[in-house]
Design a protein around this ligand. Structure first.
Ligand code: ACO
Length: 325
């Protein structure tokens, strides 16, 4: 059965944290953050709000747009690196919160490209199984896992969620192709070392601040450019698509300089590359669906629009996808 994206929606917390606010928290400046990353502000979830709460708002909006009832959903996948809890998936919590009683539910951990990994799974499930509707969500509350004393990471990330309702009601394939890659040998360049089975929660872990995200930014930057370029080249070539045939390129929003490097390689005009990093920062697995949801609200996504997606993140993991809207 061919897959179709029936709807896209997103939700971001109201609370905005600007670069000027950050100047009061760590030794940084609006100028440094803007020049090095392109970020001006990011959204931060209020205390007590969990990843599943952001996912719920994005999901209910997407379901309403698609005209699909929660109880009609066959499966829920939540791509997240910042789950509500370790034991009990965010997808299960979301299933109850939205009343999707018959849906199977699981989380998908692939960091920033998690949503692209989810597209591959959704395509496989719908093509191969008797499945009508999948709810695919990218949702993150990264603010909970940031060290607010570490200026090299805390200025980069934000909270948010985006959701797709994917169905089998189509003549033509909507998710044309998905390419995925991973390399665990470089995992220590971007990691939250503590809190898992290797270094469980303890006073020592907290004192060493190991329950926060640590990143060697410059090395991650180099790998991100390299692997996203490779992912884009491979998927275009194997589908015999030229960059000029793509209507819009939606890269993971991690750094404006990474986006620019990719845009130049693809020789794409600026208006074909969607950028919202200035308003959200890096929302990891939520960044691509939030961007697509904004594009939908602006009327940029029409039937037949050809989209190229690409992302890179912790693991390392990376991926690209071609979608016909
Ligand atoms: N404010 C002011 N100065 C800062 C800040 C800050 N917030 N952060 C770092 N600096 C300083 C550093 O200490 C350093 O100072 P020094 O030269 O005196 O040592 C200087 O700025 C340069 O630091 P670099 O790390 O070399 O700066 P760079 O140009 O590489 O930019 C950045 C850093 C923005 C983190 C960049 O490397 C980057 O975007 N990396 C990729 C991130 C990414 O793609 N992540 C994707 C996956 S995320 C995920 O999976 C969850």
């Amino acid at each position: 059965m061919p897959t179709k994206i029936l709807s896209v929606s997103h939700y971001a917390p109201e609370n905005k944290l600007t670069n000027f606010d950050l100047e009061k928290i760590v030794e940084t400046s609006d100028e440094w953050i803007t020049e090095r990353t392109g970020i001006k502000e990011r959204r931060i979830a209020e205390p007590g709000i969990a990843t599943s709460d952001l996912a719920k708002e994005a999901s209910l909006r997407a379901l309403k747009k698609a005209g699909v009832k929660p109880e009609e959903i066959d499966g829920i996948m939540v791509a997240t690196a910042t789950p509500d809890t370790f034991v009990v998936s965010t997808a299960c919590t979301l299933q109850t919160k939205i009343g999707a009683k018959k849906a199977f539910a699981f989380d998908l951990w692939a960091a920033c490209p998690g949503f692209i990994y989810g597209l591959k799974l959704a395509k496989g499930l719908i093509n191969g199984e008797n499945i009508r509707y999948i709810l695919l969500v990218g949702a993150e509350t990264l603010s909970r896992f940031l060290d607010w004393e570490d200026r090299t990471t805390c200025v980069l990330f934000g909270d948010g969620a985006g959701a797709f309702v994917i169905g089998n009601k189509s003549e033509e394939e909507g998710i044309i192709d998905v390419y995925l890659g991973a390399d665990g040998s470089l995992k220590d360049l971007l990691i939250m070392p503590g809190g898992g089975s290797l270094k469980p929660c303890s006073y020592e872990i907290i004192e060493k601040r190991e329950c926060y995200i640590k990143m060697k930014g410059r090395e991650v930057f180099k790998n991100a450019v390299l692997k996203m370029q490779e992912a884009v080249d491979i998927i275009l070539e194997r589908n015999n698509i030229k960059p000029e045939q793509i209507d819009y390129f939606i890269p993971h929003q991690a750094n404006i300089r990474i986006i620019e490097a990719l845009r130049e390689r693809l020789k794409m005009p600026k208006e074909k590359v969607y950028v919202n990093i200035d308003r959200y920062g890096n929302t990891s697995s939520a960044s691509i669906p939030i961007a697509l949801s904004e594009m939908d609200e602006k009327g940029l996504l029409k039937k037949g629009t050809l989209l190229l997606l690409a992302a890179f993140g912790a693991g390392f993991t990376w991926g690209s996808a071609i979608i016909r809207w």
